[in-house]
Design a protein around this ligand. Structure first.
Ligand code: COA
Length: 257
């Protein structure tokens, strides 16, 4: 039986060199149940092999939320084994390690696992009425799908502890000031803005953008001397690339025409 778009948990749409992934469980505020985690993981596996793509946009369906967290009904039944299996953690790692940059378009609520998912993306664009928070402690658990280390890397340990320990909700302007998101736009613009960011990325030299993401992802995880080595190794590859010669020559020739 073929699923209709309404039944699919993740919708994929191609816009030129950008793929748009829509998490499609709006009646549950896009809460991540196991089926959705699997669907999103499978979609990423498929897209990772698409050599014509340059960037992704990730968004949530419906008016109310990007993603309102892990599915609390399922979470309540999960035990130590499921926690150690890292159901959400492994998905978010797949997002972070996806070979191309991913732009999150955050409207409405990004809570718990939803905020962790947004943080695993490379760039976050927020609508002005978006709200962000880690309410896990209030449910008797921790933001343990990468939240407790990605959050301090983005906003600093002081703000990270304020958010995690108190469950404080940030509005979009506060999220911008904290460094959690890098752009805030009117509500009706959030998807278009995210798409424009992805298109700007798509306009960059393809290998350079993949290497920049990969190197920057590694920088905080390795010793500084290794980080410098990684940067210069990536640059060495690019210095030898045809794309670099083509783009630099284009600049040098620009006045000759
Ligand atoms: N897990 C499971 N179901 C969820 C959910 C979640 N994280 N978030 C929302 N839903 C479901 C609700 O149970 C409700 O289902 P129902 O219609 O079958 O009763 C539906 O989504 C709509 O939720 P509702 O609370 O009525 O929507 P709202 O727009 O008034 O409020 C939120 C939205 C996001 C503020 C609110 O749903 C909420 O606080 N959700 C939980 C957030 C959370 O704690 N996440 C962290 C999980 S670790």
């Amino acid at each position: 039986m073929v699923e209709s778009d309404e039944e699919k948990l993740v919708l994929i749409e191609r816009r030129g060199e950008v793929a748009v992934l829509t998490i499609n469980r709006p009646d549950k505020r896009n809460a991540l149940n196991l089926a959705l985690v699997r669907a999103l993981g499978d979609s990423l596996e498929t897209l990772a092999l698409d050599g014509d793509l340059r960037a992704l946009v990730l968004r949530g369906a419906g008016e109310k939320a990007f993603v309102a967290g892990a599915d609390i009904g399922e979470l309540k039944e999960r035990g130590a084994e499921e926690s150690l299996a890292g159901i959400n953690a492994r998905l978010f790692q797949k997002v972070e390690e996806f070979p191309l940059p991913i732009v999150a378009a955050c409207h409405g609520w990004s809570l718990g696992g939803g905020m962790e998912l947004a943080m695993a993306c490379d760039i976050r664009v927020a609508s002005v009425s978006a709200r962000f928070g880690q309410p896990e402690l209030n449910l008797g658990i921790l933001p343990a799908a990468g939240g407790m280390h990605r959050l301090p890397a983005l906003v600093g340990m002081g703000m990270a502890k304020d958010l995690v320990l108190t469950g404080r909700i940030l509005n979009a302007e506060e999220a911008l000031r904290a460094g959690l998101v890098s752009r805030v736009v009117p509500d009706e613009r959030v998807f278009d803005e995210a798409l424009e960011v992805a298109e700007a990325i798509a306009g960059m030299a393809p290998l350079a953008s993949k290497l920049a993401k990969r190197v920057m992802n590694s920088l905080f995880r390795v010793r500084p001397d290794v980080a410098f080595g990684l940067e210069s190794a990536a640059q060495a590859v690019l210095f030898e690339s045809e794309e670099k010669h083509k783009r630099m020559q284009r600049f040098l020739d620009r006045k000759k025409k």
